[in-house]
Design a protein around this ligand. Structure first.
Ligand code: ADP
Ligand code: MG
Length: 251
């Protein structure tokens, strides 16, 4: 059974249709890349999965979107959406640590959702910092401002923070597009190590990145899913002319 299953999904912002009859299946424990020119609906799909678009006035979704067998839109209420969101980690293009210490940033997701004992929560934070391979770089400044970290470190901190609530699914919207090549490489390495525990959906503008790290790729164009398949297959033998044109830089 796929972990995320999107079936004939249409999305509108007011009168403007952003996604047209999208169907795709995301298997568990894989990295699934969404590619396509800007404005084609990648972010819209990503934010429809965790219902972040609910906050946008005029947003409307039709079709079926299931996560781990549960209909993500079966209830329209806030409580259901909030619970769903809690089980999904999200990382954005612009790193967004809050202006507080590294540790405070890490504990932020927990504070909102449950009150555990502080020692336990801090131990979990350290475990997550280790998991994203940043612990050694920050161990001496856990109680200093997170804003002192480099861009790449901030992004790994944001990934660690997203893992604090033990999500099964991690959504990433161009997480490396503001980073230098070395930081990008570190994040890519990290994602490879995370996929054994998480299912990762990543929007990327960087096609080399998609080929380096993803197992599956979906190519979007003007709100439509043109083609999806195993990454190596899609890049080496695209079935559609549009895909071929995009991959060879003719779009
Ligand atoms: N908050 C919004 N309100 C209205 N229209 C939006 C909003 N966000 C995106 N859109 C529109 O939806 C379409 C898809 O955008 P988006 O999903 O951001 O594309 P991508 O991430 O591929 O660049 C675009 O036409 C865009 O203008
Ligand atoms: Mg986008």
């Amino acid at each position: 059974m796929p972990f995320v299953s999107v079936n004939d999904v249409n999305v509108w912002y007011g009168k403007n249709q952003a996604l047209r009859s999208i169907s795709l299946e995301i298997p568990k424990n894989c990295i699934y890349a969404l590619i396509g020119p800007s404005g084609c609906g990648k972010t819209t799909l990503l934010r429809s999965i965790n219902r972040l678009n609910d906050f946008i006035p005029g947003f409307k979704l039709e079709g079926k979107l299931e996560i781990d067998g549960t209909d993500a839109y079966k209830r329209g209420d806030h409580v259901f959406a909030e619970k769903l969101r809690r089980n999904i980690g999200m990382v954005f293009q612009h790193t967004n640590p809050l202006p507080m210490t590294i540790m405070q940033n890490m504990l932020l997701p927990l504070k909102e959702h449950y009150k555990g004992d502080k020692q336990k929560m801090e131990a979990l934070a350290l475990e997550k910092l280790r998991q994203v391979a940043i612990y050694d770089e920050v161990r001496d400044r856990l109680h200093k401002s997170a804003l002192m970290l480099s861009g790449g470190q901030q992004q790994r901190l944001c990934i660690a923070r997203a893992l604090m609530l033990e999500p099964k699914l991690l959504l990433m919207d161009e997480p490396c597009s503001a980073l230098d090549p070395i930081s990008t490489y570190k994040i890519e390495e990290l994602l490879q190590s995370l996929k054994k525990d998480y299912t990762i959906v990543i929007v990327t503008h960087n096609m080399e990145q998609a080929t380096r790290i993803s197992d599956y790729t979906a190519f979007f164009y003007c709100g439509e899913l043109i083609e999806t398949g195993e990454t190596l297959e899609l890049f080496s033998r695209p079935q559609k002319e549009l895909t071929q044109n995009y991959l060879t830089g003719r779009i």
